[in-house]
Write a protein that binds this ligand. Structure first.
Ligand SMILES: [Zn+2]
Length: 430
């Protein structure tokens, strides 16, 4: 059933990041696309089935622009050290286990099952360096009904033995095998993305070969940029001839958008210079803002409000397991809280994010990576979440905007999602 009508209390953000709300509205979906929101059902749509979700909130599905599927098992632990030590102490040992396909099967089943139950309908994720385990993750994601990009991670230096690939050449050929096997599997909703972990993990030779793959297969790229001061220092030692971290990728053609088909996501961008921010904008790079992770591994707070004001493309990333949860409701509130700390302690002239701006980031902002996703205007893909907010008992009468805000702050995504649609197809919760 890709054509139907949902009745309820509707909320989404318009292109100016303002919340649009409609009480007792009818959201009409035709062949997986939004037709519009109506106060009454027009005659020409009267033949469509109506799902009555009166008094429930109807909002767009959310996009997680940055999450590490292979770190999901240890989420919520290991918050005692900064990024580079955290990678060595927690992330790398866990990712090493994905050499074992039986372990990968168990871990990725838990992961896919969890994101399926969340408010997230689209994801861009890192797997591990292991091609076969990454393909197994793709099988799980395809079966989940969600739409995602999955990356086999590249790393041929500065990683412990079981995780470091033997050479740039073997990393390159495994990545090409990954792309070919993906092509043979004919998935409908699961796509590959090139994933050099970050500059400290990839030799120049490897980056150069990945640039070749990007050209040859017109495939998008995701990585990390300017996350932590000690990481940035390390990059400047590894690439002394580049102006900044951006150039460390850009010199290999990894960030541009030459064919207009491939895109790029850079997670974090906390410490980006003015020049780097200009370059991000110029190249249409998506910034994945990951406030929970940035605080947990003591990286800092990205000036996300400034990025929005300057017209950069920005979405949210849960960045599990740097971030403790895949819940984008949590990430939204963390983004708002972090922006208030930024205003208080770093720059009083930069105002904090409003709720509607943070909600925009989780829906329309990140959704743009996938095309027309994250809003309820005509032609948008019908990714929809329905929330039963009466579970959050109160004596007060709230507006739809207030009901949405408290649903997000009070974590209603954990127990209050009654329906979830991706491209107009309902995702069953069992
Ligand atoms: Zn990350």
């Amino acid at each position: 059933m890709d054509s139907f009508i949902l009745k309820g209390d509707i909320a989404y953000c318009d292109e100016n990041k303002k919340l649009v709300t409609v009480k007792d509205g009818f959201l009409i979906c035709i062949n997986g696309l939004i037709e519009g929101i109506f106060q009454d059902v027009p005659d020409r749509f009267r033949f469509l089935p109506i799902k009555d979700c009166s008094n429930q909130l109807i909002i767009p599905g959310m996009t997680d622009l940055h999450i590490h599927a292979a770190q999901y098992a240890f989420r919520g632990t290991g918050m005692d050290v900064e990024l580079l030590d955290w990678l060595q102490k927690y992330a790398f040992p866990e990712e090493s286990r994905f050499q074992d396909l039986q372990y990968a099967e168990k871990a990725y089943s838990i992961f896919a099952d969890s994101v399926k139950k969340s408010a997230t309908t689209r994801l861009c994720m890192f797997a591990s360096r292991h091609t076969d385990a990454t393909l197994l993750l793709m099988d799980k994601m395809e079966a989940s009904g969600l739409i995602s990009y999955v990356g086999k991670v590249n790393m041929d230096r500065n990683a412990p033995d079981p995780l470091r690939e033997e050479s740039a050449e073997s990393s390159f050929s495994e990545t090409e095998r990954f792309l070919r096997e993906w092509n043979e599997r004919k998935y409908r909703r699961t796509f590959p993305i090139l994933t050099p972990r970050f500059t400290p993990s990839c030799t120049d030779e490897l980056m150069d070969r990945l640039g070749e793959l990007k050209e040859k297969y017109a495939v998008s790229v995701q990585s990390h940029l300017s996350e932590n001061p000690s990481e940035i220092q390390f990059v400047s030692e590894l690439c002394p001839w580049t102006n900044d971290y951006f150039e460390a990728y850009d010199q290999f053609g990894l960030l541009g958008n030459r064919n207009q088909t491939e895109k790029c996501i850079m997670a974090h961008c906390i410490w980006s210079s003015e020049r780097e921010v200009d370059k991000l904008k110029e190249n249409g790079v998506f910034v994945a803002h990951c406030p929970s992770s940035n605080v947990n591994v003591r990286s800092g707070i990205a000036p996300v409000k400034k990025y929005l004001e300057r017209g950069l493309k920005v979405g949210l990333g849960s960045d599990v397991a740097g971030g403790e949860t895949e819940s984008l409701f949590s990430t939204i509130t963390d983004a708002i809280k972090a922006s208030k700390v930024y205003t208080r302690f770093i720059d009083e002239k930069t105002m904090p994010l409003t709720f509607e701006e943070a909600f925009y980031l989780a829906t329309r902002g990140g959704g743009e990576f996938f095309g027309k996703v994250g809003a309820f205007e005509q032609g948008y893909e019908a990714d929809v979440i329905v929330l039963r907010d009466e579970l959050l008992k109160t004596t007060m009468n709230f507006t739809i905007a207030e009901r949405l805000e408290r649903s997000v702050y009070l974590g209603l995504d954990r127990m209050g999602i009654t329906h979830k649609f991706v491209q107009g197809k309902e995702i069953s919760s069992d």
